[in-house]
Design a protein around this ligand. Structure first.
Ligand SMILES: Nc1ncnc2c1ncn2[C@@H]1O[C@H](COP(=O)(O)OP(=O)(O)OP(=O)(O)O)[C@@H](O)[C@H]1O
Length: 124
């Protein structure tokens, strides 16, 4: 097994995450929302199934956002001119993020809203 190549591939993936973090506002917003969900998860002591849904939602949104950035940059590399196909490619890619973000939003509502309501009823 070529361990150097394996380690290098992790390094390149990490560089990709850092680069997207530094250059894409949407990724930073998603990452902050993800961090908030993790903190709330500990605050409300989620069970294993709830954690699985939260982790799937978080990793799915961040991964689709990374892929969306890859598509945007690839399109920009091919052409900087306005082209209907460039628009369709970028919009389809953005739609993938939107669909997954909606799913993550629903997961957040279903898991956290009942717990927040319960917490409010206890304290107020
Ligand atoms: N080369 C292009 N040809 C035609 N439409 C484009 C092109 N580049 C972007 N668009 C479209 O213009 C709109 C606005 O794009 P936007 O400002 O989000 O730029 P982006 O390059 O897609 O994303 P970002 O700002 O994150 O780099 C979107 O509908 C997008 O599909």
């Amino acid at each position: 097994m070529d361990y150097e190549r394996l380690v290098a591939s992790f390094k390149y993936a990490w560089q990709g995450i850092v680069d997207v973090w530094q250059n894409e506002q949407n990724f930073r917003i998603h990452a902050c929302v993800a961090l908030t969900m993790v903190v709330l998860g500990f605050v409300f002591s989620l069970n294993a199934i709830e954690w699985l849904f939260v982790i799937l939602a978080i990793t799915g949104v961040l991964s689709t956002e990374l892929m969306n950035t890859a598509v945007e940059r690839s399109v920009d590399l091919i052409t900087r001119e306005q082209h209907p196909l460039a628009k369709r490619a970028k919009d389809a890619s953005a739609a993938a993020v939107l669909i997954y973000a909606c799913m993550a939003f629903i997961v957040g509502i279903v898991i956290f809203v009942p717990k927040i309501i319960k917490w409010c009823l206890v304290f107020f």
